[in-house]
Design a protein around this ligand. Structure first.
Ligand code: ADP
Ligand code: ZN
Length: 814
């Protein structure tokens, strides 16, 4: 019987393809290894999923041999490969696309070796595989040898003098100064005066900067209890995993490797929800858990929402674990990312920390996955493979026989539901860690009753103004949170009321004033300046679409009625910053939102805040993340209502989380904190519970509400997102899908409810019309059955001009 390999290739098809393993490669081709294989007369880079000796199910003459083996050591360890296959099945995503999420770049040396074998002749498609490595940097350094006086002249003498004075140098840098550097160095090397060697290029400075080691504080009672329970779970781990995933399979979780337990005895939990109030010291619990995991010889993975916004958190991990830590962040070069990947892959480094995509890090002997701020929406990938990194962290941990800890001050409703069903064990940290710190006092400012303060802007009420004055007088710091970027969120015609919207999207355009350019001097003689486009005038700005990134000038008249009466309406962070700066001229005001936060800017702004160089920080949800800023005593929520009215069943949950998280930035040390929440809707449960710091109360109520309206976690959802340039094509495809869903067995039996087709709340985006069909079921099984039927229809029976995406457990509902 032939030796056959199932290979996933990077094409948007769900199945793997069968190839024959040539005799020369037998024993070397292993699952997880990359191979070159012929696919429709192209050579593609594929990944071996399985190898076995068997008779082929298809005509043996049609089976092609594998062209070459790329990785001697499989790029994807068995644990990761199995997890990725399960992820692909769960999300109905093409396996080739899913594998791509985890595959490292390909090393140039590997490409070179394949070229030498002649395997890269013909059409090769390495896909989007990046190439790294193979680039060595030549260095020169002076040796101890001393030359005979007077024997060196010209550039040779000068180069040697330079090396002796400044130490070793990359050859390239010497060449910048001396035209004949190469021949001079050669001469010097021949006489043993200089040593030349080749090295790997220097690594990302982020990793070279040493972090001072910290001294672990003594844990308080609640922290100690949580750490002990996690430690016990780690102690109970068996070498490898098995069993069903708690969140997916609706059955009792079975701790890896344990025998069926005696009747009546609860299983030892291996997945936890660490529910600790803001500032309760969750990070310290994570650090202890990792230590205990490492002590047991296993690796750990830490996932955080946005690494750029959590430099402080990363610093704390580095202070504890130093170079044992691989930091995976989007600012890494391909080479550095690969270096990080490789050091995990070979087991040199055993702890990885990173955002969503760190889920796929090849952590060796995975023993622990931590998900910090597990409620954060950024764990859901909203393009390509639409996976949820928190859900998948539970799956990967379970499969790997590892412990999983989800941590938050505002746990997601999904995680709370898992606690209630006994799938997660809850660990609580009820108090702030610093002995003097307590939760801040929260007051609601009813905007219907309070007038504008001295600034004149109704959104900077008198109580907020006074509170800012008091904070400044006490030399303390304030954070003002406003969930809208830009200067004015909408531009409306004062004559006909028409809202200016994006041509490509059915959303309002936001006016951004942008960076103030130097005001042009008035033109001489008072003659009118040549008409400049609005965006180039000193006070000019641009209209921007927050969905498609369109940017254009502010028109001077209404597009509908032609009146020259456009009004800038509403308050965005840009205008808030300007208004605050105008009202408090002595205060140092800064802004943190996506418009100012380039690659390193957010870190710089947060660092200045920490150093006390900013008095008032204005910003979007970027200011709500887990920052630990000791001197912040006032938090103002400028408009709590902005997020609560969205047509999304999670709007209240998300609004609540934002309020509690931003409030949690105040009073984290000895000075008491104060929070002002401005609203026109003080009775809204999200606001009322946040004001009372009553997280469990809100969760309780929200779970009940979801049960009543039949939304997750009471039910399970899948969203079919359909879009097309032509409205009728999109509408037609959506109708066809909905009809198919209703007539498939699960639809007919009403085990799956079909809602729609309907236009999406944002009906048009980037020039495409959007429709959707929502599938809802009490149980996962029938939902999967219906999705499988629809996946078949999407594959071969739909209009090619319509694009359909299956979004399992959707998060973004707009
Ligand atoms: P969380 O992540 O729960 O919001 P942090 O981990 O940022 O809280 O902790 C808040 C503050 O308390 C930090 O400054 C941290 O150093 C400090 N802290 C944590 N645990 C202890 C402890 N056991 N004793 C003293 N201080 C602690
Ligand atoms: Zn747009």
């Amino acid at each position: 019987m032939p030796l056959l390999a199932d290979v996933a290739v990077p094409v948007p098809l769900s199945q793997a393809f069968t190839y024959e393993v040539p005799a020369a490669l037998a024993g070397e081709v292993r699952p997880g290894a990359r191979v070159l294989c012929e696919f429709h007369r192209r050579k593609l880079l594929g990944v071996v999923l399985a190898v076995s000796e068997r008779s082929a199910a298809i005509d043996p003459s049609k089976i092609k041999p594998l062209a070459a083996l790329v990785d001697a050591r499989p790029a994807l360890p068995a644990e990761l490969l199995a997890f990725l296959q399960e992820l692909a099945a769960y999300y109905f995503a093409p396996i080739g696309e899913v594998l791509r999420l985890a595959l490292p770049a390909i090393e140039r040396e590997q490409v070179r070796a394949l070229k030498a074998q002649g395997e890269l002749d013909g059409v090769l498609d390495l896909g989007r595989a990046k190439q790294v490595g193979g680039r060595k940097v030549a260095y020169a350094s002076a040796t101890d040898v001393v030359e005979e006086p007077g024997t060196l002249r010209g550039q040779a003498a000068a180069v040697l003098a330079l090396l002796r004075a400044n130490g070793e140098q990359p050859v390239a840098r010497i060449e910048e100064r001396f035209g004949n550097a190469r021949s001079a160095l050669k001469k010097l090397a021949e006489r043993n005066l200089v040593a030349l060697d080749e090295r790997e290029p220097p690594r990302d400075p982020f990793f070279r900067r040493a972090e001072e080691r910290d001294v672990p504080p003594e844990l308080n009672a609640a922290q100690a209890e949580a750490a002990a329970r996690i430690d016990a779970a780690l102690a109970a781990l068996a070498p490898s995993g098995g069993g069903e995933h708690p969140a997916i399979a609706q059955q009792e979780p079975r701790p890896a490797g344990q025998e069926p337990r005696p009747v009546g005895q609860e299983p030892r939990p291996s997945a936890f929800l660490l529910f600790g109030v803001t500032g309760s010291g969750k990070t310290e619990v994570y650090l202890r858990a990792i230590k205990s995991c490492l002590d047991r010889g296993r690796g750990a993975l830490v996932m955080v929402p946005e690494i750029a916004l959590t430099p402080q958190l990363v610093a704390r991990f580095r202070a504890r674990f130093g170079d044992e830590l691989a930091v995976l962040h989007s600012g890494l070069s391909d080479a550095d990312r690969h270096a990080m990947w490789a050091s995990l892959h070979v087991g040199k480094v055993r702890v990885a920390i990173g955002a969503r995509s760190a889920l796929f890090a090849p952590v060796p002997d995975l023993g622990l996955i931590l998900v910090d701020e597990e409620h954060d929406g950024s764990f859901k990938q909203e393009e390509g493979v639409r996976y949820h990194a928190r859900d998948m962290a539970l799956l990967r941990a379970h499969r790997a026989g590892a412990v999983c800890v989800l941590g938050s001050a505002t746990p997601s409703i999904e995680s709370v539901a898992l606690v209630r069903r006994g799938k997660l064990a809850e660990l609580r940290l009820p108090d702030r860690a610093h002995r003097e710190a307590s939760l801040p006092e929260v007051s609601l400012v009813d905007l219907r009753r309070f007038r504008a303060g001295p600034s004149g802007d109704p959104l900077i009420s008198l109580p907020l103004h006074r509170a800012l004055e008091k904070t400044l007088a006490a030399k303390e710091q304030a954070i003002l949170f406003l969930n809208r970027r830009g200067f004015a969120p909408s531009v409306v015609c004062g004559s006909c009321g028409t809202l200016t919207t994006c041509d490509a999207c059915s959303v309002a355009l936001t006016y951004h004033r942008g960076r103030r350019r130097d005001a042009r001097p008035p033109s001489p003689g008072g003659a009118p300046a040549p008409a400049a486009p609005l965006d180039e005038r000193p006070e000019g700005g641009r209209l921007r679409c927050h969905y498609c990134d369109y940017a254009g000038p502010l028109p001077d008249r209404c597009g509908a009625c032609g009146a020259r009466n456009l009004l800038l309406e509403g308050l965005g962070t840009e205008r808030l910053e300007a208004t605050i700066a105008g009202s408090f001229p002595e205060a140092r005001v800064a802004r943190l939102d996506r418009d100012v936060a380039g690659k390193d800017r957010s870190q710089a702004i947060l660092a200045r805040m920490r150093e006390g160089k900013i008095d008032i920080l204005v910003g979007t949800q970027m200011v709500t993340k887990g920052h630990d800023l000791p001197n912040v005593t006032l938090v103002g929520v400028v408009n709590a209502d902005a997020a609560l009215g969205l047509p999304d069943f999670r709007a209240a949950e998300r609004g609540f989380q934002l309020l509690v998280q931003v409030a949690g930035r105040a009073g984290r040390r000895d000075r008491p904190g104060r929070v002002l929440i401005q609203t026109r809707n003080p009775e809204h449960p999200a606001i009322a519970f946040a004001a009372a710091h009553d997280v469990p109360g809100f969760l309780e109520r929200e779970i009940r509400d979801r049960e009543e309206v039949g939304y997750p976690p009471a039910t399970r959802l899948a969203l079919l997102r359909i879009d097309a340039v032509d409205e009728s094509v999109g509408r037609g495809a959506a109708a066809k899908l909905a009809a198919h869903a209703r007539t498939c067995p699960e639809g007919v039996a009403r085990r799956v409810e079909v809602l729609g087709p309907s236009a999406a709340p944002i009906a048009r985006l980037r020039g495409r019309y959007r429709f959707r069909v929502l599938l809802r079921a009490r149980e996962r099984g029938p939902l999967r059955g219906a999705l499988a039927a629809l996946a078949g229809l999407i594959r071969d029976g739909l209009d090619r001009n319509a694009r359909v995406i299956i979004d399992v457990d959707p998060v973004a509902m707009l």
